[in-house]
Design a protein around this ligand. Sequence first.
Ligand SMILES: [Zn+2]
Length: 161
Amino acid sequence: MSNRLCDWSECGRLAGRGWDVHGKYYCGPHYFPGLEKAFLEEYSRWDGVREPSDRFKNLFSRYVERLYPLGGMPEKLSQGRIEVRAAAWKKTQVGLEFSIERHLTAYRWGGPVKTVNQEWRFGLQTKDLVLLGQQDAMPRKLSLIATGAKSSVPANSSAGR
Ligand SMILES: [Zn+2]
């Protein structure tokens, strides 16, 4: 255990275990503001063109995790998944967008697992994650036309035999 003091200016309380943000240590009440500050600094440093740094991904995912208490991120996203799997990061007017590969169970009775790519937006002002869209990771040519109709399955044509 350490006797480090909270790095928030003029706080003076003892820093808590685990409430560190890349070399800075905070007390309970200052952990979230410290994390937010570090993320926003990293965000402004990011050119929005190149893939953001590991530090950025770590700070962003931890920040978002804190915005959804009790693990309640939409679509069961998690801090770890965002940090490790998010890709195609884009800086936008309102914040950022990223794409993430998800493995969904296609049918309620436990059918095959389906891989999709989800596009997410995070707004700096609104402080929320919004699902913009979702596509099959390996789309087939006829997948759009065939939705809801299985007419193209030849094995089903039993008429007249
Ligand atoms: Zn403090």
